[in-house]
Design a protein around this ligand. Sequence first.
Ligand code: AMP
Length: 449
Amino acid sequence: MQFSDFGLDNKIMSTVEHLGFKEPTEIQQQAIPAAMTGHDLIASSKTGSGKTLAFIIPAMQRLLKNRALSKRDPRVVILTPTRELAKQVFTQLRMFTSGSQFKAVLILGGENFNDQVKTLEKDPQFIVATPGRLADHLSQGHFYLNGLELLILDEADRMLDLGFAEQLAQINKAADHRKRQTLMFSATLDHAQVNDFALALLKKPKRIAIGSAHTEHKDITKRFYLCDNLTQKEKLLQHFIAKEDHQQMIIFTATRADTDRLSTLLTEQGLSTVALSGELNQGQRNQIMDGFSKGQQKILITTDLASRGLDLINVSHVINFDMPKHTEEFVHRIGRTGRAGSKGDAISFVGPKDWISFKNVEGFLQQKLTFDTIDGFKAKFKGIKPKKAKVAVKAQDNAKSATQVKKPKAKKIVKKSFLAEDVGDLPVLKRKQAIAPQDIEDSEFEEQN
Ligand code: AMP
């Protein structure tokens, strides 16, 4: 299939040619025509598979071909969970809007509010935004959404995780009319909260799933290493930095404190390193991401702040220094490499504190994951065996010998599999309830004002 088969406007075709894309990716082949027929969509496909253009192209086509419902209101709103991702989507969008009659603006938390009011007064057709800040402007009447034609939610599941359900509902309500089309995209869209939300927001959505988050990403080689403790993880990290033939590398840690500590450690060793964490102001964050994407440093250390969407073509290695709290973030983190057909390596360290996350990832990927070893780095830690079987037998014995079966007691014992004292400070087992953005450790996502 060719881009020309979609019947796209010449302006879109010339931008695609300018970008040098020969043929649409799989998600583009399915999502572009479906979106062009006006369907609501829930679309998922693996990381780095061209999702952004799968929504930008039909959005552009719609604006070029249809008359606006309103002269002043934005016609397309694209929402993303993080500012970094919003900026990246905006950059791709600008390639299509520049030289056209359409104005596109970027509205992010953490940036000057009054400047944004002035920007919104210019009546842009496209808004790319993070949801909290956009909802603030909407509440204050700085723009209206009665004429909105397309609402696009990129990484919708992450926005819900971050507690933006209320803001998304507010934006949805302000644009609640028959002609509105809604598109939801992510690499991971298969959990209950997203489905409930989709039911509320989307009208008879068409579902497009290219592979699934569970299927093997053939361009990314996954390796796992057992570690006893922090010191061993640090040694292993230094080994990989020295021995692996890498271009750029992203190291993911569990907390901001770990990011800072590792950054200091590697910088002291003369390595070209930069740390990205949520407490930095937006200017600093932009500077760091710009520098890293230009190749000014070889190593970026960060938390899940940078796990989604970022398209940095020279990232050959992702290292999970700690396993992620939210299982599906594993897929997004490793998806920072192996993009657009290039090959990548994902290396994960699994210590006692990571064990439950590791098992959850194994369940999520529906694969038996095995551990690799390296000479000189042998861990004593071999994983934690579930105690269920033993405990269940004990409970059965108790039940037999007791004249009265004490059900609550047996239940209490069974609950003890994966005991807290075995693994210390446990990562979250299940998806957390939506948390308010201000509660997010690292305050790494969008500020409210
Ligand atoms: P995305 O999944 O949208 O972040 O895109 C991942 C990468 O694929 C980006 O670098 C895009 O520029 C690139 N890309 C998007 N569409 C195509 C295409 N049809 N052919 C080749 N590369 C593409």
